[in-house]
Design a protein around this ligand. Structure first.
Ligand code: PGA
Length: 335
């Protein structure tokens, strides 16, 4: 038993400390925890006395954790994770009435994740939901830092992080152009013709950007980049405004459909049939809420597939052909 710290430190102090390190600022931590700045400073002073070493140092105008601070931060993360699990287990015992779910998703999944969360929260209205939408690279970083319960992403990360992976919905990537573009309605457009066109690309770190570059590169082509944008919605608007063509997920057209101001081109090698996976780090103990959501999302997948078929009947064939290998609850290991 860590008698000394049990007598001298409190969970509240650790919570304040964790928030400062995570948010990089005393002020932001005070805001997040609804505390005043003097309270935050006092909690840290007491915690510093209990540890017996400085926890922060000034680097220019910023405060950064010292080596002892970093050690404490790692310990806090472990402690809070097990306390969060305990809270979940207790609420499990109370029957999923309360709890928390934090979901991290790549931007292409922003068009389906809110809808699934919406349906889920109708069944479990007492569960607080957090949805973080960001690009592939940031999702992998969040997974390393164990920031969320579950992640929706394209292929599982191919680094040292071992993950549990569940196949989820299809994510067809298509070439989009403004409705009035001369290539609209043409069939079997060669990739080289697309590479000549002004192109709008996502930011570095985006999985969509990565696969677009790799597809062109495989044919010895490079996109003629006119603009770089960090949002699928912004890209769609830029396409409609005639700034160029782009490769985006078909799901980006969920609300307006495929007959709107943005048209899909019939290009050699497209659609690229990507898949989403629901992923979490191996060994992580999922809460009952997270496990229930995982099953719920997988059961929800056929609805997404039906919608994709309706949106773009040309895809029906491809999707039906793949039925045998399509999403199911099978667990697959890291590729
Ligand atoms: P992105 O991810 O949001 O990083 O472009 C899309 C994907 O990997 O399918």
């Amino acid at each position: 038993m860590p008698d000394y710290l049990i007598r001298h430190a409190t969970l509240r102090q650790l919570q304040v400390f964790e928030a400062i390190v995570r948010l990089g600022s005393f002020t932001r931590a005070a805001e997040e925890l609804f505390l005043t700045q003097p309270t935050v400073s006092m909690q840290i002073r007491k915690l510093t006395e209990a540890i017996g070493l400085p926890l922060f140092e000034h680097v220019g105008r910023n405060v950064e954790p010292t080596e002892a601070g970093l050690e404490l931060y790692d310990a806090c993360k472990l402690m809070f994770e097990s306390l969060a699990n305990l809270e979940m287990k207790v609420s499990d015992l109370k029957g999923l009435k309360r709890g928390r779910l934090s979901l991290g998703v790549i931007t292409t999944a922003e068009y389906v994740a809110p809808e699934i969360l919406g349906e889920f929260s109708q069944l479990y209205p007492g569960i607080d939901l957090t949805l973080k939408v960001t690009n592939r690279e940031s999702i992998i970083e969040r997974m390393h830092a164990n920031e969320d319960d579950l992640y929706i992403m394209g292929q599982a990360p191919k680094d040292e992080l071992e993950v549990e992976t569940y196949e989820f919905a299809t994510n067809p990537l298509v070439v989009m152009a403004p409705r009035t573009h001369p290539l609209v309605g043409k069939t079997h457009i060669p990739l080289a013709a697309i590479a000549e066109q002004p192109f709008i690309v996502r930011e570095p770190g985006s999985g969509t950007r990565d696969i677009t570059f790799r597809t062109l590169d495989a044919k010895g082509l490079r996109p003629n980049i006119r603009m770089e944008l960090g949002s699928n919605e912004a890209i769609k608007h830029a396409i409609a405004a005639g700034l160029g063509l782009s490769v985006l997920s078909l799901h980006t057209l969920t609300l307006e459909g495929t007959a709107g101001p943005v048209a899909i081109l019939d290009v050699e090698g497209f659609p690229i049939m990507r898949k989403w996976f629901i992923v979490y780090p191996k060994g992580k103990e999922l809460s009952l809420v997270a496990r229930t959501f995982l099953e719920f999302a997988i059961d929800y997948e056929p609805k997404i597939r039906e919608r994709v078929k309706k949106m773009w009947p040309a895809l029906k064939l491809v999707l039906d052909e793949k039925k045998g290998t399509a999403p199911r609850t099978k667990r697959v290991s890291k590729s």
